[in-house]
Ligand binder design. Structure first.
Ligand code: DSN
Length: 423
């Protein structure tokens, strides 16, 4: 039977099919990507996309909220339980908006925020120079210790004492080690700052108890819902009860209009999926796979920032291989291994052609790959590096990758059914 999409827009249908084939026929190592379950995908594609729901449960600006209120309350309660938080706002459209809302909830424009510099592993919205977060607020970024590749709390404390920020942001997009939110909380207290913790990358590890939670230490916790947490593309804020009103107001009406109810519905589903022993085992395997991949890469002579990983992410410094990050990422992509080029702390090369490569294991782990496959992937990466100018060899590696993918198909309950038009 033809799907509605196939019938009405065969071209887009075909492109989606091509993307499905790409996602199943490649090893996806971008650490912020994953495969969502069929249940999450079904909720995302549901009729909730048709409903406007400005406001919050019991305080909406449009009628017809009999069902949306129930769904949003479920999503909030599930998120609160999962993270042990007093309050959850599940409306942010993305992590970027969630971060902006966290700042807007706590401080006034022009006041100072202090987050990790983008080129040292932070996010654009942690106050990077081209982001609105550095135009609306005064941004004083902190850096990583370039010798160890790690957070240096003496440097962070000294900078905080010098600049007296109103907000310190803890969190990263390219940091392979545990983040000590407790020390961040102490520094924030010492200088009279709020602590905002962005756990977008590690949220799944936090709910599984593998990474220490920032909830006891941070005033506001911000996250996306689609990385290690394996939900739909969206954002979320968690906070203590005393800040709930400010946070809610900052999201709506401060920064957003109507919430994307289909996404919010899928977030509720993802929170239920994450609250299971199966999810904990999944998150544990993510870290085991990252360690196996890192150790094998080290054996092949790759230099890793911090020398390894504690989480889902690995940052390779390619300078000893004399291959620019972009060249390596593009060669790997031709071999069906999808990564992204990235700066390494203290990188002398420009961000558009940096010295590093960022890898992560959330998506390969969803496919059921384990340590042996992680090591095999390290071997593929090594072979691509050794044959960086040899297109025929890279094409052959691509075939071997496809064979491995065929042994680990995306699990059935993570595949969207094509036989009817209902998702
Ligand atoms: N773009 C995300 C990442 O890849 O880390 C951060 O938002």
């Amino acid at each position: 039977m033809q799907t509605a999409l196939e019938q009405y827009d065969p071209q887009i249908y075909e492109l989606i099919r091509q993307e499905e084939a790409r996602q199943s026929g490649s090893i996806r190592l971008i650490p912020s990507e994953n495969y969502v379950s069929r249940a999450v995908m079904t909720a995302t594609a549901s009729c909730l996309t048709n409903k406007y729901a400005e406001g919050y449960p019991d305080k909406r600006y449009y009628e017809g909220q009999q069902v949306t209120d129930l769904i949003e309350n479920l999503a909030r309660e599930r998120a609160k339980k999962l993270f042990g938080a007093d309050h959850a706002n599940v409306q942010p459209y993305s992590g970027s908006v969630a971060n902006m809302a966290a700042y807007a909830a706590l401080i006034k424009p022009g006041e100072t925020i202090m987050g990790m510099s983008l080129d040292h592993g932070g996010h654009l919205t942690h106050g990077w120079k081209v982001s609105m977060t550095s135009k609306f607020f005064n941004s004083v970024p902190y850096q990583i210790n370039t010798e160890t590749g790690r957070l240096d709390f003496d440097l962070i404390r000294d900078l905080a004492k010098k600049h007296r920020p109103r907000i310190i942001v803890s969190g990263a997009t390219a940091y392979p080690r545990m983040i000590d939110f407790e020390i961040f909380g102490e520094i924030a207290k010492e200088v009279g700052a709020y602590l905002v913790s962005d756990i977008a990358h590690i949220a799944g590890l936090v709910v599984a108890g593998i990474h220490k939670s920032p909830v006891p230490y941070a005033d506001v916790v911000s996250t996306t819902t689609h990385k290690t947490l394996r939900g739909p593309r969206g954002g979320m804020l968690l906070c203590k009860e005393g800040l709930a009103k400010q946070v809610d107001k900052a999201v709506f009406p401060g920064l957003q209009g109507g919430p994307h109810m289909h996404t919010l519905t899928a977030i509720a589903v993802a929170m239920a999926e994450a609250d299971t022993p199966e999810f904990v085992a999944y998150a544990q395997q993510i870290v085991k796979n990252a360690r196996a991949l890192a150790n094998k890469l080290l054996e092949y002579g790759f230099k890793l920032v911090t020398g390894g990983t504690d989480n889902h992410l690995i940052l390779i410094d390619l300078r000893n291989k004399d291959i620019p990050g972009k060249k390596m990422a593009k060669a790997l992509d031709r071999a069906r291994i999808v990564t992204n080029y990235n700066t390494v702390p203290g990188d002398p090369a420009p961000p558009f052609n940096p010295s590093g490569l960022r890898l992560g294991t959330p998506a390969m782990t969803t496919r059921g790959m384990k340590e042996a496959e992680a090591e095999q992937i390290a071997t593929f990466i090594h072979e691509v590096a050794e044959n960086i100018e040899n297109e025929a060899r890279i094409a052959q590696i691509g075939k071997d990758v496809l064979l491995l993918c065929s042994q680990f198909p995306v699990p059935e309950h993570f595949i969207i059914p094509r036989s009817n038009g209902n998702a």
